[in-house]
Design a protein around this ligand. Structure first.
Ligand code: ADP
Ligand code: MG
Length: 172
């Protein structure tokens, strides 16, 4: 659960019982974003990472017509709302050097953007300290457990606010 004593780190666990609930949970996170957030989404195929990013887009006021999908042939999708959402899916990435060709350093440093990364394992070192790591896991066909770990002061505060909103957090 959220540890209120450590300013530079925080943890929380959420549960959702449907894709819509995952989107709604992510939307509440999107509403709290102010730019510069880095959100890494780990989890198996079908865990709900893309579904989560769709909710995030809603929370950033990205028009519903610009539907967030897994970028199949590109590694990067960009959506404009209240803030820019950079959506990366690194499933097909085999060489971390490609990341720099994608302009990853610019996304991560952009104070007017939120960057959400599926399959972030190859990003570990590039992502830096200020970030929110999410791990989505299947509990059953329609339930997911979403473990969240924030590092860095800003992301820790973000996670505390998000988890403090309440409806989805529960015992691990
Ligand atoms: P990923 O991007 O992790 O591969 P997707 O978001 O593309 O996963 O797909 C998640 C799949 O799981 C969708 O078919 C969605 O309908 C289904 N699903 C069932 N329950 C949930 C839930 N609680 N949260 C998110 N997705 C769910
Ligand atoms: Mg996906």
């Amino acid at each position: 659960m959220v540890n209120p004593d450590d300013a530079d780190a925080a943890e929380a666990v959420f549960h959702t019982a449907s894709p819509d609930a995952t989107r709604a949970l992510a939307e509440t996170l999107g509403r709290l974003c102010v730019g510069g957030e880095v959100i890494l989404l780990a989890g198996d195929l079908g865990a709900g990472k893309t579904c989560f990013v769709q909710g995030l887009a809603r929370g950033l006021d990205i028009p519903a017509g610009k539907r967030v999908a897994s970028p199949t042939f590109t590694l990067h999708g960009e959506y404009e709302g209240r803030l820019v959402l950079n959506h990366l899916d690194l499933y097909r990435l085999d060489d971390p050097a490609q990341l720099h060709g994608l302009g990853i350093d610019d996304f991560l440093a952009d104070p007017g953007a939120v960057t959400a990364v599926e399959w972030p394992e190859l990003l570990a070192e590039t992502a830096g300290r200020e970030r929110l790591d999410l791990r989505l896991e299947h509990v059953s066909e329609s339930e997911r457990r979403i473990g969240a770990r924030a590092s860095g002061r800003r992301h820790a505060r973000l996670l505390r606010e998000w988890a403090g909103g309440g409806a989805f957090s529960g015992p691990a």
